[in-house]
Design a protein around this ligand. Structure first.
Ligand code: KG4
Ligand code: ZN
Length: 337
């Protein structure tokens, strides 16, 4: 495609959940800086994200995080060409902090503002890994709040094939980690403990495995809870590894079913769960076995970050132009909206 606006540097801001992040990305693909300040320690003692605390912490942290992103990029405010912020989906109060800051910076510097869909941003992270990536491809987005398979025709043009009907994959990791006493956030904790476990030890269910493109993780979580109650002395590593294997099995099967349905030979993963090593290994394996290419963005671009927001801001600016300053944030924003 012809790239309009080459050399455009976008400042991206991400505050949709519990990471306060800012980044500068050029032309949607080249990262000048990416700063992520995690609130994990703040929320850990509550076993999950507390929305009120998240919003307040974003207010406290954002100025410093933006300043750091500019410093690391070696740029001043006036050298930024556009400002993007995640405007949904996410926690209402948390989103508003980033959106308001981005609008204020855009207004003060007389630059366009772009509101970015956080889910689309998880998809667009793929171009940070491979600037020459050519759609179409099939993508899996698996995060703490969402799990879906999508066919991507262009960075901002995609078709949702199916999503979870109950819990998100990341949510299942978090809940299972809690019931195994592994703490928060659960994904990395399960992955760590699972390394010493046998993934075939317990045959947990693979809900809706070959049943279309919808996912269901709440039954899997319940199966783990029932197992642990019935086997209080079960080896935690085996439980974690067996749960992880079941979850990964479903995610990988649906991703490649999406690739089959779309007749595409490239698959991409995104979202926090895409940082999972077992998932990454399985996606690579199946891609190899089926003659496909697997594009696995580095872990820091899978979990929440602002580089993906800045990148998506550029693509949206190129395709659709800026977002009006009176547009708000939408906690329930859907992909494609
Ligand atoms: O995309 P993300 O950073 O935030 C949301 O948009 O939700 O995803 C966070 C989710 C959490 O549920 C977390 O437990 C999960 O991603 N996660 C992982 C791993 N790292 C983060 N799940 C499995 N394995 C991991 N290594
Ligand atoms: Zn996310």
């Amino acid at each position: 495609m012809t790239v309009m606006g080459a050399g455009v540097r976008v400042l991206g801001i991400e505050t949709s959940c519990d990471e306060t992040a800012a980044a500068v990305v050029e032309d949607g693909r080249f990262v000048h800086s990416s700063v992520v300040s995690s609130q994990v320690d703040l929320h850990a003692r509550f076993g999950g994200v507390v929305p009120e605390l998240a919003g307040r912490a974003h207010v406290e942290m954002l100025d410093d995080v933006v300043a750091q992103a500019l410093l690391e990029a070696g740029l001043e405010f006036h050298e930024i060409d556009a400002v993007a912020a995640a405007h949904g989906p996410g926690l209402a109060g948390a989103l508003l902090v980033g959106v308001s800051a981005a609008k204020a910076i855009a207004l003060a510097t007389d630059r366009p503002y772009i509101g970015v869909n956080h889910l689309e941003a998880h998809l667009c992270a793929a171009w940070l890994e491979d600037p020459a990536l050519e759609p179409p491809f099939a993508a899996l987005i698996a995060s703490g709040g969402h799990t879906m398979v999508v066919l991507v025709a262009a960075p901002t043009r995609h078709r949702l094939l199916g999503q979870t009907v109950d819990d998100a994959a990341g949510e299942a990791f978090d809940k299972v980690a809690r019931l195994l006493g592994l703490g928060y956030p659960g994904g990395p904790a399960i992955e760590r403990v699972a390394r010493d476990g046998d993934p075939t030890a317990i045959a947990f269910p693979r809900p809706m495995l070959n049943d279309g493109f919808e996912f269901s993780f709440s039954g899997l979580k319940t199966a783990v809870a029932i197992y642990v109650r019935a086997h209080p002395d079960a080896d935690v590593a085996d439980v974690a590894a067996s749960f992880q294997e079941a979850a990964v099995d479903v995610l990988v099967t649906k991703l490649f079913a999406a690739a089959d349905a779309g007749g595409v030979d490239t698959v991409v993963i995104g979202g926090g769960v895409a940082a999972n090593t077992r998932l990454r290994d399985r996606v690579s394996e199946v891609a190899g076995a089926t003659g496909r290419r697997a594009l696995l963005p580095p872990r820091v671009h899978c979990t929440d970050n602002a580089a993906m927001i800045a990148a998506t801001g550029w693509w949206r600016l190129v395709y659709d132009g800026p977002t009006p300053l009176d547009a708000g944030a939408d906690p329930n924003l859907r992909l494609g909206a």
